[in-house]
Structures are given as structure tokens and as C-alpha cells.
Design a protein around this ligand. Structure first.
Ligand code: NAD
Length: 296
């Protein structure tokens, strides 16, 4: 079997176009422009790149982008005061604090100081609890993007066996909750899982979120399974720097029914879902119907 490639880049462009349509409608019919505030503390080069592209895409879909760049020595009190201001600013519907934060700042405390209704990353403890109990919440962007691609490919996921490799709070755990919400039978595998190949071989859906280059070889993949590769790993090969996933793409594509490439799979969906979440937060704040197909 040669796998169908799930084109995350094209899918993300479709999601962004949908968001842009809805934003235009909100402006025209309700006089409302959704606003996303992104807070960056320090000068981490990767974070700077992410923040820049988030700002650019926010503006491209017609939303207002508010960037707050604070220096690396910013105190916790200063950061919390800014978040407090954004929490009460009616022009701001989504707040994202770019992680990781410098070591002297308590990430949990900072994230939990964001108004849960504006927590477009879905990391606030209230949103984690709401998702875990199957209630309406803000859903973390990367797992939401994976879910959208899976629903688009399969229609219903009901009854499918899903294995999520990785148990992080930002990808693995919320991904498992979302798959459970769509009635999959879910296994969460991690670094202590016994006989990981055997666990993965049972799966109709494999979501790999580990951070280890090409650790899942093709012979772990059940014939016809759908493989979602969240991993983004920078490696040196043939004297060049290359991005690869957590799955060995070439061998997995020979057995899978469908697979996301790296780059061009899950990555582009993450920012598209951030914009979708900001739109959702804006609609909820204004008691307007939520955009269809853009939430869990
Ligand atoms: P993390 O380091 O927080 O978690 C990794 C998880 O993998 C852990 O739960 C650990 O138990 C598990 N693990 C480690 N070694 C393992 C092994 N040998 N076998 C099985 N499980 C093992 O990472 P994360 O933040 O969840 O990110 C995972 C990957 O996804 C990274 O490559 C990251 O860059 C990528 N990522 C991509 C996006 C995106 O937008 N595409 C977003 C977030 C993360």
C-alpha cells in the first residue's frame, strides 16, 4: 500500500480562509474585529520566529494583532500585570504567552493567570478540566489541528483504535482526550511503555508526539493505518540541516493508508487552529454562534 499524503499545508490554508470569511462577516454584520495578543518574554530565536509568523497570519485573516515584547529580565509581577490588563481589554479576545518562559518565571502561575475564556492555547487548568470532562473549552491548537485532519480524512472516528505516543500536557494528553471524545479506543504510550512496537501495531490511528527523529519505523505501522506525525526534529543529513518527524516517513508511507509529512503536515495546522480559537473566543465573548467545523 502506498499511503495517501495528508497535506497539512493545503488544509491549513483552507482553515485560514474559513476564518478570514467569518472575520469579514463579523466586521460587516456586527462591527467586531477579533483581536489576538501575543506576549513574548526574552529573545529565544525560535520563539521570535513563531511570534512573527503568528502576528503575520493574524493580520492576514483580518484580525487585530497585538504584540507585547518584554525583555528577558521582566519580573513575574510585571508580566502578571500585563496579563491582567489584557484580560480586561475588550478588544483582546485571545491571549497567548509564548513558551518557554525564562527560568525565573513560573509558567503554571503565568498560564493560569490568563482569563480561561481568552486562553487560546488551551493550557489554563480550567480548560484542561473542561476538556477532560467533555465540556466546551478552549482546545490546545496542535491536537485540535490533528483532530481536524483525522475527521476530514475519516469522517467518523467512532470505535477506531488510536495510539498516542507521548504524554505531554500540550500534545499527548489533550490529543488522547479529543480522540476519546470522538469515541476512539485510546492508548497513551510513553517512554516507559513496554513493547511499544506491539502497542503501535494494533492502532488504526497513530499520533506520534515524542520529539525523537524517525523513531517509529514502518514495520510498527498496521497496514492501512492513519499516521499523524507531530514531531519536528532538526537533524544533519548529507551535510545539510533537515526537518524530520518522529516517524520514519519513507518506510511508514509504504504501509500506512494515510500519513502527514514533516514539514507540511501538523505544523501549519497549529497556527491555523490558533486563529480558529481566537475567532471562537471572540464569538463566545459576544454571545454569537460559534464558527462551524473550527472547534472540537
Ligand atoms: P515533550 O518532550 O513534552 O513530550 C515527549 C513525550 O514523549 C513524553 O511524554 C515522553 O514520555 C515521550 N517519550 C520520550 N521518549 C520516548 C520513547 N522512547 N518512547 C515513547 N515515548 C517517548 O514533547 P512535546 O512538547 O509533546 O512535543 C513532541 C514533539 O512534537 C516534538 O518534536 C515537538 O517539537 C513537536 N511539536 C510540534 C508541534 C507542531 O506544531 N507540529 C507542536 C508541539 C510540539
Amino acid at each position: 500500500m502506498v499511503a495517501q499524503v495528508i497535506d497539512g499545508k493545503a488544509f491549513a490554508a483552507k482553515v485560514r480562509a474559513q476564518v478570514a470569511d467569518q472575520v469579514a462577516k463579523l466586521k460587516e454584520e456586527n462591527g467586531i474585529t477579533p483581536g489576538l495578543a501575543v506576549v513574548l518574554v526574552g529573545e529565544d530565536p525560535a520563539s521570535q520566529v513563531y511570534v512573527r509568523s503568528k502576528g503575520k497570519m493574524t493580520v492576514e485573516v483580518g484580525m487585530n494583532s497585538y504584540e507585547h515584547k518584554l525583555d528577558a529580565e521582566t519580573s513575574e509581577a510585571e508580566l502578571l500585570a500585563l496579563i491582567d490588563k489584557l484580560n480586561t481589554d475588550p478588544a483582546v479576545h485571545g491571549i497567548l504567552v509564548q513558551l518557554p518562559l525564562p527560568k525565573h518565571l513560573n509558567e503554571d502561575l503565568v498560564i493560569n493567570s490568563i482569563d480561561p475564556a481568552k486562553d487560546v492555547d488551551g493550557f489554563h487548568i480550567s480548560n484542561v478540566g473542561l476538556l477532560g470532562t467533555g465540556q466546551k473549552s478552549m482546545v490546545p491548537c496542535t491536537p485540535l489541528g490533528c483532530l481536524m485532519m483525522l475527521r476530514d480524512h475519516h469522517g467518523s472516528l467512532s470505535g477506531m483504535d488510536a495510539v498516542v505516543i507521548g504524554r505531554s500536557n500540550i500534545v499527548g494528553k489533550p490529543m488522547a482526550q479529543l480522540l476519546l471524545g470522538d469515541s476512539c479506543t485510546v492508548t497513551i504510550a510513553h517512554s516507559r511503555t513496554k513493547d511499544l512496537p506491539d502497542v503501535v501495531r494494533r492502532a488504526d490511528i497513530v499520533v506520534a508526539a515524542v520529539g525523537r527523529p524517525e523513531m517509529v519505523p514502518g514495520d510498527w505501522i498496521k497496514e492501512g493505518a492513519t499516521v499523524i506525525d507531530v514531531g519536528i526534529n532538526r537533524i544533519e543529513r548529507d551535510g545539510k540541516t533537515k526537518l524530520v518527524g518522529d516517524v520514519d516517513y519513507a518506510s511508514a508511507a509504504e504501509r500506512a493508508g494515510a500519513i502527514t509529512p514533516v514539514p507540511g503536515g501538523v505544523g501549519p495546522m497549529t497556527i491555523a487552529c490558533l486563529l480558529a480559537n481566537t475567532l471562537t473566543a471572540c464569538c463566545r465573548a459576544n454571545k454569537l454562534p460559534e464558527p462551524e467545523g473550527l472547534t472540537a
